[in-house]
Design a protein around this ligand. Sequence first.
Ligand code: ACM
Length: 260
Amino acid sequence: MIVGFIQNSPRFGEKQENFSQIATLAKGIIADLLVLPELFATGYTFTSKEEAHQLAETPDGITAGFLKQLSAETGAIMVGGFIEQEGDQIFNSAIMVFGDNVIGTYRKIHLFNKEKLWFSAGNKQFEVHHVNGMKIGMMICFDWIFPEVTRTLALKGVQIIAHPSNLIMPYCQSAMVTRCLENRVFAITANRIGRETRGDDDFTFTGSSQITCVNGNILSAATTEKLCVNTIDIDIHHADNKSVNQYNDLFKDRRIDFYL
Ligand code: ACM
């Protein structure tokens, strides 16, 4: 399976310009799964709830339409972040698209920092989607700091986690080594680059998007500063084997009587 990420640098609020940047980056790429960052078309640093509402969409909006077009061009399942509207609520969501179909959305359950002012916390369970020969789950950025997220997806049978991100702290990329190793799953952390200075906030996003293997090896890593598309060929079935040696199996050895 050819899997990868697109590391972009969106301009706040300029969806069409941000789509164009990604379309240019993805030109000629053929893959099975491509992951884009969190909120890849809107930018991240909102100054009011109204501003976030104005950029929100339903899962049949223009961002899903752009991902469908990209899926047709690349052959890949596409995953990326968007602001999802449902009734009066908006969520920091990720959407998975394959061909002309929306496979599902995930609504970020662990909101980071001022996201709590703009978004409702996710209200749906984690799902594992069986698509294109892979078992794929989604989590978003700060979810990495809660090991329960990767573990829940792993226990539900995930082979690869699509992890759209807008990271500003320096810890996630190395933490994903442990997340993948302790669950024997693959993960694609797609991060953005660039700086957003809006309202009281001044955020520099850390890039360094990464594909992490079931044994904790980093299979592909981007720089902190460059736009890029990285893809690699993986054997997804490595994620099905949870044994560490003849005597230890990561799932069978769990002692759930002793855990909270
Ligand atoms: C983050 O969750 N965007 C840090």
